[in-house]
Write a protein that binds this ligand. Structure first.
Ligand SMILES: [Zn+2]
Ligand SMILES: [Zn+2]
Ligand SMILES: [Zn+2]
Length: 182
């Protein structure tokens, strides 16, 4: 069984999924500025010089979030980069020693234009970006957009909903020691 988030996204290759989940600690600290994110998953594997989690894919070292983001969140918009929601640009000024860079919880990843510090800020660019993208950077249109019947005007991102379910399932599997199912 392979971890698949959605039929429209590539599956997480089983060996990659296994190596990823066997090297995370799912009971890391909960970010103080955003407790709704849940616990960080500190990476117990290799990191690069700048503190980002690295995993070997086809014999080559790759950034973990770069490899897994497209399979879990969807494509990274052109020219955007992947950043960590658990990191706070003002509260955490540790630079390359920032522990969030090695956080392997996919719910803590988001795509950003990199032009502003983050999409959740009140800057005009961020406010504009939120009209077309959710706070994690997924496009709010087409099949990814869901209008909620119970809350008129409330737009919901289907990808974010899938990520919440995916993370809950991964946590459950880890708790039950069933990582071999991947
Ligand atoms: Zn985190
Ligand atoms: Zn940080
Ligand atoms: Zn989203």
């Amino acid at each position: 069984m392979a971890l698949a988030v959605s039929p429209d996204l590539p599956v997480v290759p089983p060996s990659l999924g296994r190596r990823w989940l066997s090297r995370v600690n799912m009971s890391g600290p909960v970010p103080e500025h955003a407790p709704q994110l849940g616990a960080c998953w500190p990476w117990d594997g290799r990191t690069n010089k700048r503190g980002y989690a690295v995993i070997t894919v086809a014999g080559r070292p790759e950034l973990l979030h770069r490899v897994l983001y497209p399979t879990i969140h969807g494509p990274i918009p052109d020219g955007w980069q992947v950043d960590h929601l658990c990191h706070h640009h003002e509260l955490c000024q540790l630079g390359d020693a920032c522990p969030h860079r090695a956080c392997a919880n996919p719910a803590h990843w988001y795509a950003t234009t990199g032009r502003e510090n983050n999409l959740r800020s009140g800057s005009p660019t961020a406010v504009n970006a939120r009209k077309t993208h959710c706070w994690r950077g997924h496009p709010l249109n087409g099949g990814n957009l869901q209008m909620r019947a119970d809350r008129p005007g409330h737009r919901e991102c289907r990808t974010c909903r899938r990520i919440r379910r995916f993370v809950a399932e991964a946590e459950q599997m880890a708790a039950m020691g069933q990582m071999t199912l991947l």
